[in-house]
Ligand binder design. Structure first.
Ligand code: MBD
Ligand code: FE
Length: 290
């Protein structure tokens, strides 16, 4: 597998109140400086606590170097830290819980009809799956014309744009909610996702005796016409990794029921699955810190 991690997070929060995404040509946000500085302090303590010798120190540097060279810094950070950043931000606020964006979002996905079919290969493996959602504000008023970005792994748990042999646009789409705030896509049931086991993040997971899996999930980025974007995911009841997600991204309110249907119901040759979730967006364009 060749990994092609990209510059990311460029414009997701643009237009939002948060102007603190770092770019090389900008001053660094002071809170971020403080966190890195805290890390330096903690690292010094850890080096003393564990009585590192110079060999140990070289091993420490080498693994971090490998992480960077493999392009896995976003993966590592998102797996271990992103969920905590979100939990800090969204304490005590109403609406659907956000969860990890993760390292596999790509801008400019194919725009499809609503209801529509996610771009997929002619021989795309996996069970046929209709996912529907209703997008409202926190009071239940439908949010028409909300931009819904959806991306997911294929049935092997691989993301287009990051794994070889998958067309770039595969299983990624953008659509807009209808006048009742509803949307529906036909896709395939995603597979459980495994962190690439051969890379530095994967090696680290084996060293700390952790498995590399995330439960099967769909990713969403909602952009209402007015208000904050919502970054979230949807999971499926009964999955074996719900309570031990390597990235700690599962929220109870985001678990849906995958219901199996007889193909005949829709004139399909094979059985199919459906799932649904109501998404409630906060509209006030103000900081979410309470
Ligand atoms: C993923 O698919 C993902 O969603 C996250 C958050 C981290 C790693 C892989
Ligand atoms: Fe994912």
């Amino acid at each position: 597998m060749a990994w092609r991690w990209m510059w990311r997070r460029s414009s997701i929060t643009q237009g939002n109140t948060n102007k603190n995404n770092y770019r090389k040509d900008e001053e660094m946000n002071q809170k971020v400086v403080d966190v890195y500085n805290g890390m330096v302090v903690k690292f010094k303590e850890l080096i003393r606590e564990h009585e590192l010798d110079h060999n140990d120190y070289q091993a420490l540097v080498n693994w971090a170097d490998e992480l960077g060279r493999a392009g896995e810094i976003p993966l590592f950070m998102d797996v271990f830290f992103e969920t905590h950043a979100l939990q800090e931000m969204y304490k005590n606020v109403e609406g659907t819980e956000p969860t990890i964006l993760g390292p596999f979002y790509l801008e400019n996905a194919t725009e499809i009809e609503n209801p529509g079919v996610m771009p997929k290969r002619d021989d795309e493996k996996g069970d046929v799956f209709f996912f529907s959602g209703t997008v409202t504000d926190v009071d239940g008023n439908p949010l028409a014309n909300t931009k819904v970005d959806i991306w997911q792994a294929d049935s092997n748990g691989e993301y287009s744009g990051f794994a070889e042999g998958i067309p770039a646009e595969n299983l990624r789409a953008v659509l807009f909610t209808d006048e009742n705030g509803k949307f529906e896509v036909q896709t395939i049931v995603p597979g459980d996702y495994s962190i690439p086991t051969g890379g530095p993040t994967g090696k680290f997971l084996t060293w700390i005796d952790s498995h590399p899996f995330r439960p099967a999930h769909l990713h969403f980025l909602f952009k209402p016409q007015n208000g904050d974007p919502l970054i979230s995911q949807v999971f499926f009841e009964g999955n074996q990794y719900l309570d031990n997600d390597v990235a700690n991204g599962v929220r109870g309110t985001l678990i849906t029921k995958l219901e199996k249907h007889d193909g005949a119901e829709k004139g399909l040759e094979t059985d199919f699955y459906t799932a649904h979730l109501d998404f409630k967006l906060r509209l006030q364009d103000k900081p979410v810190y309470s």
